[in-house]
Ligand binder design. Structure first.
Ligand code: AHG
Ligand code: MN
Ligand code: MN
Ligand code: MN
Length: 340
């Protein structure tokens, strides 16, 4: 590797030397990155690997979310569980695909961290060969707890010690924060190593691009109806500028675009998801993305407050999400405030 190429391993060792992370957190992130490499290989094989399509012999495997599981949802979950079981860095794990958290088995040493993940985000896109990803969040295991249960994971996003995602697109990119900026590491497939390709990512404060599933428009709350109508009104409307729209339906891909060139991503409350509190899951989708976005100078809100300050009550809790370019997230918040 050329001397000016900084691998993820070197980046983490330098963070450790600077006193920003300890050896256990460094190992944890290395292990998650290694699992993401395996998932990237499985995703990349596509039809040749026999990994496309629904899980379950009758195509009827439903997860705790009430969603039909894809084979790759199950496989990615297994890869992350297996990789993280024996290293001694974790006390427990929780996943979108598992109803309850799991303490690390007794046969292995237990560490001080808790890991939450969405093993495969955007899994409805797998069969059409569109970008998917893995999202993760790291918390400290509360003092004195040796066998963590669901309640020990219920910490606000501000308590995260690290967060990230890996997007499996034309290239595989790991996006990471340990609370000191958000950084991109691109997978060098020949060497099997993540290489730092963008340090200190910054999201522009202003944008002319938004992301929302417009098919839900008739179900949105009034302030969201009004906000999006004003975006669509363009130059001659109250916002005085034209907006472009994008919706990948993989949160990782939509957030990656926003970290790369700005924008605002929204999954608001609507009549279909209001009973559940929103569409996206707080602990392993909204919180890690909110930390990455804030660390890149952006903002992340529920429309009514900062995502990272939501006090969780359930492992699979859902929240409305507005994140990305700061001024636009603030504008969406103003529409909510004016409606109340
Ligand atoms: P997952 O595949 O992990 O269940 O998450 C899917 C999420 C998120 O990635 C995306 O933004 C959203 O679902 C898309 O929802 P719609 O299908 O309602 O657009
Ligand atoms: Mn799912
Ligand atoms: Mn997801
Ligand atoms: Mn998922």
């Amino acid at each position: 590797m050329s001397p000016d190429r900084i691998s993820l391993t070197r980046y983490l060792i330098e963070e450790q030397r600077a006193g920003r992370i300890g050896p256990d957190l460094r190992l944890l992130i290395e292990v998650v990155a290694r699992a993401c490499k395996s998932i990237s290989v499985a995703v990349g094989k596509g039809a040749l690997g026999g990994v496309l399509g629904d899980a379950g012999t009758d195509g009827g495997s439903i997860n705790v979310q009430g969603e039909a599981q894809k084979k790759l949802d199950v496989l990615s979950n297994e890869i992350l569980l297996e990789a993280n079981a024996w290293g001694g860095h974790l006390a427990g794990l929780a996943s979108e695909e598992m109803e309850h958290s799991q303490p690390i088995p007794d046969v292995y040493p237990r560490g001080n961290y808790l890991l939450l993940f969405d093993p495969l985000d955007g899994s409805s896109n797998i069969d059409v060969n569109v970008s998917v990803g893995t999202i993760f969040s790291v918390l400290r295991c509360p003092e004195g707890v040796t066998s963590p249960a669901d309640e020990h994971f219920l910490q606000p996003g501000t308590a995260q010690v690290a967060a990230g995602y890996c997007v499996y697109g034309p290239s595989t990119v790991l996006v990471l924060t340990v609370g000191h900026g958000t950084h991109f590491f691109t997978l060098d497939r020949e060497l099997g190593s993540f290489v730092l390709t963008q340090r200190e990512v910054r999201i522009p404060e202003d944008t002319q691009e938004f992301a929302i599933n417009a098919s839900n428009q008739r179900h949105w709350e009034a302030p969201v109806q009004r906000y999006v109508a004003d975006l669509l009104a363009g130059k001659t409307g109250p916002r005085g500028k034209d907006f472009n729209m994008r919706w990948v339906a993989s949160m990782v891909a939509d957030v990656h675009r926003i970290l790369t060139r700005g924008g605002v991503f929204m999954y608001p409350l609507d009549a279909k998801c209001v009973a559940k509190g929103g569409r996206l899951r707080l602990m392993y989708e909204a919180n890690p993305m909110a930390l990455l976005v804030e660390q890149a100078g952006g903002a992340a809100s529920t429309g009514r407050g900062r995502i990272l300050e939501v006090a969780p009550t359930q492992l699979h809790q859902r929240v409305p999400v507005f994140l990305g370019s700061k001024h636009e997230v603030e504008a969406a918040g103003r529409y909510h405030a004016e409606a109340s």
